[in-house]
Ligand binder design. Sequence first.
Ligand code: ADP
Ligand code: MG
Length: 643
Amino acid sequence: MQIMQIHEPGETPLPHEGDGVIAVGIDLGTTNSVVAISSDGVAEVLRNEDGSGLVPSVVAYAPDGSAFVGELARRLMLDRPDAVVSSVKRLMGRGVEDIKSLAGTLPYDVDKSGGEGSGMVRLSVAGQRLTPVEISAEILTALKERAEVHLGQKVEKAVVTVPAYFDDSARTATKDAARLAGLEVLRLVNEPTAAALAYGLDESAEGVYAVYDLGGGTFDVSILKMQKGVFQVLATGGDSALGGDDFDHAVAEHFLAERAADRGTETMTSADVKMALMSARLAKECLSRQESGQWTLDIDDQQTFHDLDRARLETLIAPLVDRTLGVCRGVLDDAGVASQDIAGVVLVGGSTRVPLVRQRVAALFGKEPLAHIDPDEVVAVGAALQAEALTVGSDTLLLDVTPLSLGIETMGGLVEKIVERNTPVPVSKGQEFTTFQDGQAAMSIHVVQGERELVDQCRSLARFELHGIPPMTAGAARIQVGFAVDADGLLTVTAREQTTGVEQTVEVKPSYGLTEDEMAAMLYDSMMHAQDDMNRRLLAEARVEAERSLSAVAAALQADADLLAAEEQEEIVETMKRLEAAGAREDRDAINAGVEDLERVTRAFAERRMDRGIRSALHGVDVREFESAAEPADGVDTDQPKT
Ligand code: ADP
Ligand code: MG
């Protein structure tokens, strides 16, 4: 069995395995975010009713402090710029100092005074001071909820993608945001690596790949090397202020120039500019599919009409596309790779839908890029595959990680794990031990590998002795045992008596110390145990869900039974009885099916109740209540249409 390994610098250790139930993959984007789930190696992007998998990474705050995320929030950007935050990803892990370089590129007010203590940037939004972590957490919560609604069960684990260049503080901020959203991050995966995984490039024997990612506001290109099952990031580069938004600007300027030629110069508010940008974006996106069209600018109740065809669009954006190619050449240089040596190019990001972008990229690399997975979903797809591999375990069980836990034998034949399985390498970890007997002068260190709790169920890797411990009473000596696994999977164990400095070191080679068969058997074993636990948990959760729906329907019947015809009510009661019966048995599928049945037979009932609820709620509520409370605050710079 080949252990697939992918090198990802700066990854975080994986928490304990096996206690995962369902883990989703999340692409937390600057412009749009996507959540996907994989089962049996097939990933599915979770969509809304309109079939869209993209959740705009935009958060709007209502006057009561509650937040909403996505398309609705994006639409509010025009009217309530002070209450809406977009592009918050640009601020993740940034300090007040860092932000100075972003001045003018952000569509909202940054609190220059900084945060108490932490130095973390804060934003003033709808009268609140919020950190980027809190705002990102709202987006993650929305994605988590989308997944929960879709799956009908709690989702508490995720693989979240981050740009390859994200530094430690940006990665930590991303993890913190997930924690706030109630998600445990199984792993942060680099976006280009996720895209490569989505295309199954980890299964190819060897090669150097380019990942070209042109999103809304950022451009990233990475060169990945796949060798002996390990992905290495050879080089990354990009431009954090170049993306589809700039295409929109170019088109909007063109429209506004046409309008000015027609009507003379007008004074424009920032809302007018944003309106023009929205038309431009629409035009740009349409022209990826069609050859030409007409768009309207509606400013000051005066409409102008603008014809645009693809050829004209291409002349407007060509200089921008060329800039991305310049960056690509630089990154190829850094990686020491010639463009013709690239085995494949993966397209990522909504802006790679633009035909001109595809043509130019194909020309640069001399081959057709891979684009058959939707470029704005491909990162989430890869993340979902990774999430499945990390929870359920699969053939693509991965990465530059220690494939099995490493530990040492302690009293009673027990194993103390020092480096958990799937911890990304390189890693070094230490733990302190002490002597067991008075006057003990030597200590035997037994290094083992495996997932089970008892030494004899694990694989013995090495034994060595630490001599020269000064005579002390039992428990007084302090022996620091350190495990260091380097990027090649080489383990070095050191044992050092802290008071005297006596030290012993031994090198062990864990993954190669096991035969492939042993490795397979051990993984299988630990996965089987994880499976038992997981089944029990899933059953318990299905029961909870069944109880929840039963009591919700019972309460609804109590309140609004008059909305139902007699036979409808009878059907619902029958279905409830069947679900109750299923809940008493150990059959999770039957319980889930029962919950679904109940949902189906109560759907019309729920709709009628909702109608009734809305009608009564609308009685006496003034819609302007929200609007007046969200009046723009003074001093907010609304003249930044870039998103
Ligand atoms: P991010 O990674 O920054 O979150 P996305 O990958 O979602 O961003 O890309 C968003 C950008 O893609 C926007 O500028 C959007 O206008 C652009 N885009 C989306 N669909 C198309 C299309 N069909 N043609 C051209 N550009 C598109
Ligand atoms: Mg993206």
